[in-house]
Design a protein around this ligand. Structure first.
Ligand code: F6R
Length: 242
């Protein structure tokens, strides 16, 4: 793994954005795997700025998001589809039909998961997968467990994940209990993985993921088995990394 630590938020975000922009410059039809949450926000801001300045185009790119809350329609303000539209897609030149986010309100969620995996199979592999990490070591919404699932599936969110994400909702009880997430197998199929982590609250998860044993109790530790992972950390997140 290539682990880089940044003192400055701006350099952190610019480095993440540059990885995506240079991929798109050499491969305009690249397939990007995207994440939501606070970790990639700065990167999306930089990409929007680079696009405004004519430095990067997404016109031929395709995107697949990692996950979506079960029960929220796409136009719900807290859905991950809304997040992506708001923080990235409306600022760049990508047709929304080339952007994929699982439907958390699908009547048949099992069919939605299989259809998502089929699309990934047909349009993939993902060239660059952005990831954040939960303080419990989850990636996507693959929560720590005795076993992990390879394909896209419905997952029950752990209390700590619902608690961490309550900041986006009016009331803590509004946080959905389940999500649709790409599985670990789907994530690891990406050609390159870029893990973005900010803040001391994630320092222990980062240490377990990068330096601990490979275990389903820390899903991010499976990244150690991938040949091309870049990890961008701020100083807080890098606290326990030597
Ligand atoms: C989001 C996702 C999650 C987050 C993780 C960290 O699409 O897949 O794994 O990346 O929960 O969230 P933040 O960045 O908000 O701390």
């Amino acid at each position: 793994m290539n682990v880089l630590t940044f003192r400055n938020e701006d350099d952190f975000a610019q480095t993440g954005a540059n990885l995506i922009a240079s991929l798109l410059q050499s491969s305009p039809k690249a397939v990007l795997g995207l994440a939501t949450g606070s970790s990639p926000l700065g990167v999306y801001g930089k990409l929007a700025e680079m696009h405004r300045k004519g430095m990067v185009s997404f016109a031929k790119a395709t995107t697949f998001n990692l996950d979506e809350y079960v029960g929220l329609p796409a136009d719900h303000p807290q859905s991950y589809r809304s997040f992506m539209n708001e923080h990235l897609f409306r600022h760049i030149d990508i047709g929304l039909s080339r952007t994929h986010v699982p439907r958390g309100d699908a009547a048949d969620l099992a069919a939605e998961c299989s259809a998502y995996d089929r699309m990934l199979e047909e349009e993939g592999p993902v060239d660059l997968q952005l990831l954040g990490i939960g303080s419990n070591g989850h990636i996507g919404f693959n929560e720590p467990d005795a076993s992990l699932t390879s394909g896209t599936h419905v997952v029950k969110l752990l209390p700590e994940t619902r608690e961490a994400n309550a900041r986006f909702f009016e009331r803590p009880e509004d946080v959905p209990h389940q999500a649709v997430t790409m599985g670990i197998g789907g994530i690891l199929k990406a050609r390159q993985i870029v893990l973005l982590v900010r803040g001391e609250a994630k320092a222990e998860a980062v240490k377990n993921a990068l330096q601990g044993p490979i275990t389903t109790q820390c899903p991010a530790s499976l990244l150690q088995s991938h040949p091309n992972v870049v990890v961008l950390l701020d100083e807080g997140a890098a606290k326990w990394i030597r």
